[in-house]
Ligand binder design. Structure first.
Ligand code: BDP
Length: 705
């Protein structure tokens, strides 16, 4: 008997082990029986309101099925999908319509209300209903009441996309969670069930598009062979309201088209793109469009033929003219000019073209002027191109944020940028208002996130990285949501509903980005990470093949001080911003400390607003940053009793790695910068036990090939 009990206990325990595959869509039985019953009273059936169009709509069907699977899991009882509504009450009705109730919604919005004791999910489109279904599930997963529920929500931007930097050979550029999700060698014949789970996860957030291949694109994706594979993916994604897009290799007319030029003004080249686009739409009728990286980091582009970004983008837009597709043309460009400032490059190249792009073109801009650093001021292009729709490009994958070993919750980083004021039309002209089109009346709006997904069982390597995918999706839908609200939702849905633990984990997540900044690049330092792989510290890098790939270019440390003077006495990149922004950041005395070294070369001895000298403040940040990682470890230990053991161990292990590497960062940076400041490590901190040479030897091995 005792033995039998033990087996039962073991079984119960092992069934709790969670490999993270189910993300935030776990749908495990709610523990509180009272709550389960209350929800069940409102969820006795699901019905698609009878109209002939609706019953065959695959997206509506998905909505009903997702609701059914979710509710059955959460409530532990069957929830039938019934075809008609014979005055029945106590159920959930799904309905599309353009009636009065949906007036306030945009095309993909939803409304959840109570009508005659039914819960009614209304959308103008079936996609809206699908998003409403996931919103209802979220209410239950986060234990919100359904009594008197009245939710209305519409996405603030139209195109909400993941960008996958995935290659033909299954590798992922800057991917840290295994290999590509797309098994090109098996497609189109074998459909990995995971494709559907990928679509579910995205749809649950409102993501409605995915660029499946790397911006450093291979022309192979445009061959008939690959279009068939991409079409097979599109077929899986379609019932989830997700469209596929492709990154294109600009010289494709040469590499796969047999032409001897890819000049965008050449009639044959234009015809080639028109034909290719027609071929794509024949295979994928709801194809979303093209993403282009051109004349950037060695990628070819229109400038190779003496043409411009406008010529290139407009050519592709014309090819798309007969279809419902768009061109996302990236502004990530910079030149190897030792006298220039990379900060200004995208602005200088793109701003003069404002108003010249075809109406189907969106210029996709990285959040900051350099490159996805842990903190950047917003790109000066935001607010500067009123007549060109600009899309936001965030990086979810943690290329510069410690890969999949450092816990960095990115919502505060995304929000910081979105809430920055461009002052383009006076106070309150936030980046978010540029992106959602409300500031300049953009006809199309978009937000893209470079994905952090891969073939790892838990999708993102670091389990907590799932929260970054989640946060990106939620903010692309509604940028007004707070980082805290998003974290709470995610923790409730993914880790635990236990209130004290939810608060504790949420707090840890909210602080994590600032902690990362503190032990890597405090006070506005930037671009001093390991050369090439972008991992670990390497502030001493000074022999790169391009001046703007040296890290000394960015920090400019000397015996006087450190930081990049971007005021009028330096590169004057500040002048690209509106006068109010210049005022905010232009004076070293008043510049907020997070941005200080982005804009000023500050003497080591300069007294800061904290009361400490720059050198002492820098050291304080590096040391307290490391201590804060130890704090995160302790916080995590405390939630052990209420978090799944497998997930607990995964995160605990990665936090230990993070602590070890935070120490590398600290020692590397304080010892290196000390060679310039020539000042001691301030009390109460103890000087590192290793020497600069020791730490250089250690982290330089990362660069070995
Ligand atoms: C850089 C990455 C590089 C990308 C590039 C881009 O290191 O791998 O190709 O961004 O965005 O940060 O095009």
């Amino acid at each position: 008997m005792g033995c039998f009990l033990l087996v039962l206990l073991l079984l119960a325990n092992s069934s709790r082990a969670d490999d993270g595959y189910r993300l935030w869509l776990k749908y495990d039985l709610l523990r509180d029986a009272g709550k389960r019953e209350a929800y069940a009273r409102s969820a006795q059936f699901i019905s698609i309101q009878n109209n002939s169009r609706a019953s065959s709509d695959p997206v509506l069907k998905t909505a009903a099925q997702e609701l059914q699977a979710g509710l059955q899991g959460l409530l532990g009882k069957p929830v039938p999908i019934i075809t008609s509504v014979p005055n029945k009450t106590g159920g959930i009705i799904l309905t599309t319509g353009t009636g009065a109730e949906s007036q306030s919604l945009n095309d993909e919005g939803y409304q959840i209300t109570r009508r005659q004791n039914n819960l009614v999910i209304t959308g103008k489109s079936s996609a809206g209903v699908l998003y409403g279904a996931f919103a209802l599930l979220r209410q239950v997963q986060t234990l919100q009441s359904l009594e008197g529920i009245a939710l209305t929500s519409s996405p603030k931007v139209r195109y909400r996309l993941l960008n996958h930097w995935d290659n033909v050979n299954g590798t992922i550029e800057r991917g840290y969670a295994g290999s590509s999700l797309w098994k090109w060698y098996e497609l189109p014949e074998r459909i990995d069930p995971r494709y559907r789970d990928y679509a579910r996860a995205n749809a649950s957030l409102g993501i409605n598009g995915t660029v499946v291949n790397n911006v450093n694109a291979s022309s192979r994706f445009l061959t008939g062979e690959y279009l068939e594979k991409v079409a097979a993916l599109a077929n899986v994604f379609r019932p989830y309201g997700i469209r596929v897009y492709l990154s294109v290799y600009f010289p494709a007319p040469k590499t796969i088209g047999g032409l001897n030029t890819a000049d965008p003004l050449d009639p044959q080249v234009r015809q080639w793109w028109a034909n290719k686009t027609k071929e794509i739409y024949a295979a994928i009728p709801d194809f979303g469009g093209f993403l282009v990286k051109a004349n950037s980091e060695g990628e070819p582009g229109p400038q190779d033929y003496g043409r411009t970004h406008v010529d290139g983008a407009n050519m592709l837009a014309e090819a798309l003219a007969p279809y419902d597709g768009v061109v996302m043309w990236r502004s990530f460009v910079y030149k190897a000019d030792p006298k220039g400032d990379r900060f200004k490059a995208a602005y200088e190249e793109f701003k003069p073209f404002d108003g010249q792009f075809n109406r189907k073109v969106i210029v996709q801009v990285k959040n900051g002027p350099i490159d996805f650093q842990s903190r950047e001021p917003f790109s000066p292009l935001f607010g500067a191109m009123p007549r060109t729709p600009l899309a936001m490009e965030f990086q979810i994958t943690q290329e510069y944020l410690g890969f999949a070993t450092h816990l960095v919750y990115e919502a505060p980083l995304f929000k910081e940028c979105l809430e920055s004021d461009t002052y383009a039309k006076g106070k309150g002209s936030t980046v978010a208002k540029v992106i959602d089109g409300s500031l300049h009346g953009y006809p199309i709006t978009a937000m893209a996130g470079v994905a952090n997904t891969g073939s790892d069982r838990n999708w993102t390597g670091h389990t907590m990285g799932q929260a970054n995918w989640y946060a990106f999706g939620r903010l692309a839908w509604d940028h007004t949501l707070s980082s805290e609200a998003i974290a709470r939702e995610w923790v409730n849905m993914t880790l635990t509903n236990e209130p004290a633990a939810v608060s504790q984990i949420t707090n840890l997540m909210l602080r994590s980005r600032e902690i990362y900044v503190d032990y890597t690049t405090p006070l506005g330092l930037h671009h001093i990470m390991g050369y090439g792989i972008h991992y670990g510290p390497e502030p001493w890098k000074a022999n790169a093949s391009r001046p703007d790939w040296n890290h000394t270019y960015y920090h400019r440390a000397d015996s006087i001080g450190v930081g990049f003077d971007r005021t009028a006495t330096g590169s004057n990149a500040l002048s690209l911003y509106a006068p109010d922004v210049q005022k905010l950041w232009g004076n070293a005395e008043t510049c907020p400390l997070p941005y200080l070294l982005w804009f000023h070369h500050v003497p080591w001895t300069k007294k800061l607003s904290t009361g400490r000298s720059l050198w002492d403040e820098l050291c304080t940040r590096y040391y307290t940053g490391v201590d804060s990682v130890a704090w995160m470890q302790r916080q995590w230990t405390q939630v052990k009793p209420v978090v799944d053991p497998e997930i607990y161990a995964d995160v605990a292990g990665r936090l230990a790695t993070q602590h070890k590497e935070a120490l590398w960062w600290r020692d590397a940076c304080v010892l290196y910068f000390q060679t310039f400041s020539r000042q001691p490590i301030p009390a109460p901190f103890k000087k590192p036990e290793r020497t600069l040479d020791d730490i250089k030897r250690l982290v330089n091995t990362y660069q070995l090939r």
